[in-house]
Each structure stands twice: as structure tokens, then as C-alpha cells.
Write a protein that binds this ligand. Structure first.
Ligand code: FES
Length: 227
């Protein structure tokens, strides 16, 4: 007698092949006033940062804002404290604070990083990360004068590379360094908004256009004679 095969049973008729997708649990805000509808803080509630600070200070190189970094002198610490008070409660205050610290001290010392981090509720690693990400922030004290030489396209086309090489030879330091006598720090900058009169430089915040090697020598000599 011919055996009639039993009809194939659909496996999911009895039990699903795959476990049913579980509903994602609702995220519960630790702060009941925090809005879950948007990942961004409400206007005026910058303390509700959707990206909480990392606690990874141990990744910092020695002395770079870690505990035990050289501390600031009392005068410098007071200046930083005054800046922190001025920017307290402002949203996105880290960059303005760092700019003001650099403006006041000439650089952002490693000793200031802990003070800033504590005041704005961030980790030292985060503050250090911002300082090192933007090349505008100096991690070393600058010379008495700061010369910025534009390296962007228009100035390059008009001879800024040759000008930079001349400045490096004259000062005895590389771009980004300070002359051995501590008089001039030379830094790269990428467009000073003065492309029409390229090549452009900025010496102690003052813009100069159509700069030749003779003109830069005169500017440096004048700056050196003032200090
Ligand atoms: S490219 Fe040098 S000032 Fe714009």
C-alpha cells in the first residue's frame, strides 16, 4: 500500500522560526523635565546635553590636563576664573572660554584645562581634545610677537611658500615655532580674508598685504625694536 506523506506543516504555524522582535524599551530620562522628543537640549537648557561627558581622563598624555599637570600661577588662575564667571550659564561656552583664555594668557596652559573642565562640567579629556583639535589654540607660550603667514591658495599662487621659507630662515625656526631669542612666533594661517592683496601676513593682529621678503624683514625688524 502506498504511504501518503503527511502534509508539510508550516513551522511558524505552531511556533515562529525567529523570536518575535521585542519592543524597544522606552528610554527613561533621569531628569523628568527632560524632553525625549528631541535629542537636542531645549532652548535655554544647555545643561541637558544629549552627549554626556566622557570620563576618560586616563587617555590623556602626561601633563596634558591630567591631575598633577603643572598648576597655574595665582595671577593666571584668577584670570581664568574671571573668564569662567563671565561665560557661566552660556550655551556652548567651551570655545569662547578657550579663545578668551588664549587672548588673556597668550596660550591655553595644561594647568587651565582642569579648571575649565570642572567649571563647565566636562571631563579634562574633552577639553584637551578641543584644544588639540583646533590648531588656533596654542599649547606652548608664544614669543613676544606673533606672525601669521597665509598658506591658502591665493597666497600660495602669489609666493607665500617662498615668503614662508624666507621667514623660517630669518627667524631660525620652522612654521609653528618660536625664534631662539623668544621674540617671534611664526604660525600658518589659512586665508586672512585678504586674498586680493596676496600674499598676506598678520603681525600681532595687524594685517599686511602684498608682502615681499624686503617688507617682511622691515616688519620683523620694527617689531623686534619695540620689545
Ligand atoms: S588666501 Fe591668503 S588671504 Fe586669502
Amino acid at each position: 500500500m502506498l504511504a501518503i506523506p503527511a502534509p508539510r506543516r508550516k513551522c511558524h504555524a505552531v511556533a515562529p522560526c525567529f523570536p518575535a522582535r521585542r519592543a524597544r524599551p522606552e528610554r527613561v530620562a533621569s531628569d523628568p523635565s527632560r524632553s525625549l522628543s528631541s535629542p537636542f537640549p531645549e532652548p535655554g537648557r544647555h545643561d541637558l546635553d544629549p552627549f554626556p561627558p566622557l570620563k576618560r581622563d586616563s587617555v590623556l598624555p602626561r601633563g596634558a590636563g591630567r591631575r598633577g599637570a603643572p598648576s597655574l600661577g595665582p595671577a593666571e588662575a584668577a584670570k581664568v576664573a574671571e573668564i569662567l564667571v563671565r561665560h557661566a550659564d552660556l550655551p556652548g561656552n567651551l570655545l569662547p572660554i578657550l579663545h578668551d583664555v588664549q587672548h588673556a594668557l597668550g596660550w591655553v596652559p595644561a594647568g587651565a584645562i582642569g579648571q575649565i573642565a570642572k567649571a563647565i562640567g566636562r571631563s579634562r579629556a574633552e577639553v584637551h581634545g578641543v584644544v588639540t583639535f583646533y590648531h588656533d589654540f596654542r599649547q606652548e607660550p608664544p614669543g613676544r610677537h606673533v606672525l601669521k603667514v597665509c598658506q591658502a591658495e591665493s597666497c600660495q599662487a602669489c609666493g607665500s611658500r617662498e615668503l614662508t621659507a624666507h621667514v623660517e630662515r630669518t627667524l631660525g625656526c620652522q612654521l609653528g615655532g618660536t625664534s631662539p631669542d623668544g621674540a617671534v612666533t611664526v604660525e600658518p594661517v589659512y586665508c586672512l580674508g585678504n586674498c586680493a592683496t596676496s600674499p598676506a601676513v598678520q603681525l600681532d593682529g595687524r594685517l599686511h598685504g602684498r608682502v615681499t621678503t624686503a617688507k617682511i624683514d622691515a616688519l620683523l625688524q620694527q617689531a623686534r625694536s619695540q620689545s
